[in-house]
Design a protein around this ligand. Structure first.
Ligand code: SF4
Length: 343
């Protein structure tokens, strides 16, 4: 049966009219499926019983379910979500003093096989649909209100999968996240993080959804990036910088470079010089991220001294860089650790 949420407003309008229902039912249905985010047609209590029965004969609502929750000592909540066809994805609520951030997944598994990422060791099974992305955001928002008494302020597409390889569903989910009958959240509070698909960055520039763009750089020379991110072999740094240049010219939005520090791999002064060169070519800021070990990979987190030296060096060269301490490490909810194999 078809998911009711896959109908457009026009489809719902036609359905309402052909069922001899009043036109205001359209807004009521929209409100139930998005703002109230119900999991069944039976919950739509202001529709007549007869209309609900009719809808039940043809439609379902395949709402994502929270299958398992883990709570970190730092407040981070990791959820394993079950999709209607039995697949699992993960999402994380990251509470800080100023923000309530939802980190959501865009694919079941990932095809890009980054060497430092737990998801990269799981084959991509399928894309996450726009309504499933919306559900993750809505369910994490419920957790934020329940545990912290505050609604979500930000959304990051940094969970499982490469969002720009699920372009249509990711940006369609934002329509509902932004809509008044949905979450009512501004796109400026949404960050899409990509491992670097040049032609999709160009497409994003043309569409200009007004979200923030982050690029997972993690190594600033072609040789080193090829070693840890196989996608760099077909989308190398030159191609990415060209796409980012186009993106900036079109949108006037700077990019954020994400750079995980790996001990004795990308944390030397020479590595910092490579990073500085890239930053000089593109209006940007840099998030330096603490590495969180995963069982499959051999990387090690640098010690504090080396991390501080790297940060100081960037500072001396006037690079706008911030060190991001990882959250939720004790429950494998930190950056690169999502793989839903840990329960
Ligand atoms: S870092 Fe992102 S793109 Fe790379 S394997 Fe992990 S989920 Fe995929």
């Amino acid at each position: 049966m078809k998911d009711l949420r896959h109908l457009s407003v026009e489809d719902i309008t036609n359905l309402v009219i052909s069922s001899n229902e009043k036109k205001f039912r359209v807004a009521q249905i929209q409100d139930w499926i998005w703002k109230k985010n119900v999991g069944s047609i039976d919950e739509m209590s202001n529709l007549s019983k007869g209309f609900r029965e009719k809808l039940n004969q043809e439609y379902v609502i395949n709402k994502v379910k929270v299958d398992h929750e883990q709570f970190s000592t730092d407040g981070t909540v990791k959820s394993r979500f079950q999709l209607h066809d039995g697949h699992f994805i993960e999402g994380v609520l990251i509470p800080t003093e100023k923000r309530m951030t939802a980190c959501v997944s865009s694919q079941v598994g990932c095809s890009l096989s980054c060497k430092f990422c737990a998801t990269g060791y799981i084959d991509r099974k399928r894309n996450v649909t726009f309504d499933e992305i919306y559900d993750q955001v809505s369910l994490i928002n419920e957790q934020a209100i329940k545990h912290f008494d505050k609604p979500l302020t930000n959304i990051v597409f940094m969970g499982m999968g490469e969002p720009l390889l699920n372009f249509n569903h990711v940006f369609k989910s934002l329509e509902f996240i932004n809509a008044d009958y949905g979450m009512g959240m501004s796109p400026r509070r949404v960050t899409v993080s990509t491992a670097g698909i040049a032609k999709m960055i160009t497409k994003m520039a043309d569409v200009n959804p007004n979200v923030r763009l982050a690029l997972s750089l993690h190594a600033a020379s072609e040789k080193k990036r090829n070693e840890i991110m196989p996608i760099n072999e077909t989308n190398n740094l030159d191609a990415l910088i060209e796409a980012l240049d186009y993106y900036f010219k079109k949108t006037k939005n700077p990019v954020t470079f994400e750079y995980i520090l790996f001990s004795n791999f990308n944390d030397s002064t020479a590595d910092a010089d490579d990073l500085i060169k890239i930053c000089r070519r593109i209006p940007s800021k840099v998030n330096i991220i603490e590495y969180n070990p995963i069982s499959n990979a051999q990387f090690v987190k640098p010690d504090e001294q080396r991390t501080d030296a790297f940060m100081d060096y960037l500072g001396q060269h006037n690079i706008n860089a911030r060190l991001r301490r990882s959250r939720g490490k004790d429950i494998d909810a930190a950056c690169g650790q999502l793989a839903n194999v840990n329960h």
